[in-house]
Structure formats: C-alpha cells, structure tokens
Unconditional design. Structure first.
Length: 242
C-alpha cells in the first residue's frame, strides 16, 4: 500500500478522465545505478517524468509504483518538487505485470482511462500523451509508436532466419492508455496465467483486443544505458530545458 495517501488536496485539476500509473520499480541493471534518481541537468529523471505528465490537462492524478526500498526517497522527491497531481506512491512487485497491476488497482473506480508510463521516459511531451488518450477514448486501447529505422533480423543461435518487412514494424512507447476495466482485467489474467510481458499492450492483445497506434516521438526515448542519458541531455539542451 502507499506510504501516504492524498498528501495533497490542493490544486486538484478539473479533468479527471485519466489517471497515470508510472512504472518506477525496475532494477536499472543496465544503467549500473538507479536511473530514476540520476540528474538530467539538475533535475532527477523521475521528477522530469512526473512534471511532463502533470503538464497534461487530461491527467487528473498520478500514481507512482516503485520498489519498497525506494518508497521514502520517491515520496520525498515528489514532496520537494511540489507535484500537485501525484496522489500515491505504492510498492511494486517482482515483475512489471505485478508492479503495474499494483498501481492500476489504486485507481479510482470512477476514472474511465488509465495511462501507464515508464518512469524512465522523461522526455515525453503533452502532444504524445494527449494523442494516446484521445485514441483510447475511441478505441479502448492505444499506444504511441514510431517506425523502426533499422533493418531488423530474427535470429536463432546467432543465425538469421528471417528479415521482417521494416514497413510493418514499429517501436512502441509509453504512455499506453486503456479503458479502466479492460487493462485491470487483462493484467489480472496475465498474472494468473503466469504470462511474461514486456509491455502492457501485450496483456490486452492476449485477450484478442486491438491496440490503436498513435504518433510517438523519437525523442521519447527510454533511458536504459549511460549513452541514453547523454542523448537525453542533448535533446533537453536543444529544447532549452537544461
């Protein structure tokens, strides 16, 4: 459960059509340290991510899912940053599905849409978020994506078996936005079935549901390695945000 609930009632926004669940419970093994606390300029990655979501009028509340050992640090960061929409910080699980489900279960029953966003995507823009939310309202499930730039090979044991048509390949990003009941049921079934998922759209796809792809951004990168941090800083500098 959350270490605090509704620490702020001030400044609540009128539009509560969507709650954002921020997945911040990863291990950051490829980064070598907890990437969410790394500074981009002088602002921690997690705070840049949360501020980006706060800027979206469609998002009424934000729930952060993190590791048990990070609960206090994350809570303090949010309070110090005076974030107005962060409502809860909750403990995640051993897998992404368990963690995201923990956040989804905290969303109010009256909220029609849930946007699930990687905490390590601090460069997401309001345009990308709004596009996914608008599509989810119409189709029930939506996610931003960009066309794959490189030729992709499918290989087994280091031997190429297939070269898929690049024109049909997309790199899917977050936030991935869903009807409340749809994603709750899909994640619960995936957990019950023991399915291993790398994104949340896959939980819905397992049920035979379709996901609408919306316009993503090549700048909406996920910080995974130290090289990604250098790229992110370059983008922020170009935006005048450093």
């Amino acid at each position: 459960m959350g270490i605090f609930k509704k620490w702020r009632d001030r400044g609540r926004r009128e539009d509560h059509s969507c709650t954002a669940v921020v997945a911040a419970a990863g291990s950051s093994t490829r980064m070598g340290e907890d990437k969410l606390f790394l500074p981009l300029g002088d602002v921690p990655v997690l705070i840049r991510t949360l501020r980006a979501l706060e800027s979206c009028p469609e998002i009424g509340d934000i729930i952060v899912v993190t590791r048990a050992e990070s609960m206090v640090a994350v809570g303090q960061l949010c309070q110090e940053a005076a974030l107005q929409k962060v409502r809860k910080v909750v403990v995640g699980g051993e897998t992404r599905t368990e963690s995201v489900l923990a956040g989804v279960r905290e969303v109010g029953e009256d909220v029609p849409l849930i946007a699930i966003h990687d905490a390590a995507r601090p460069l997401v823009t309001a345009k990308v978020v709004s596009g996914a939310i608008a599509a989810a309202k119409k189709y029930g499930a939506a996610a931003p994506a960009v066309p794959v730039k490189d030729t992709v090979k499918r290989a087994v044991g280091g031997v190429v078996e297939e070269t898929p048509d690049r024109e049909s390949l997309f790199a899917v990003q977050t936030p991935q936005v869903f009807e409340h009941g749809l994603i709750l049921g899909a994640l619960e079934k995936a957990l019950t079935d023991g399915a291993s998922l790398t994104d949340d759209c896959a939980a819905v796809e397992r049920l035979g549901m379709t996901v609408k792809l919306t316009e993503g951004s090549y700048e909406n990168l996920k910080l995974t390695t130290p090289e990604d941090v250098a790229v992110a800083e370059t983008i922020l500098e170009r935006r005048g945000e450093l």
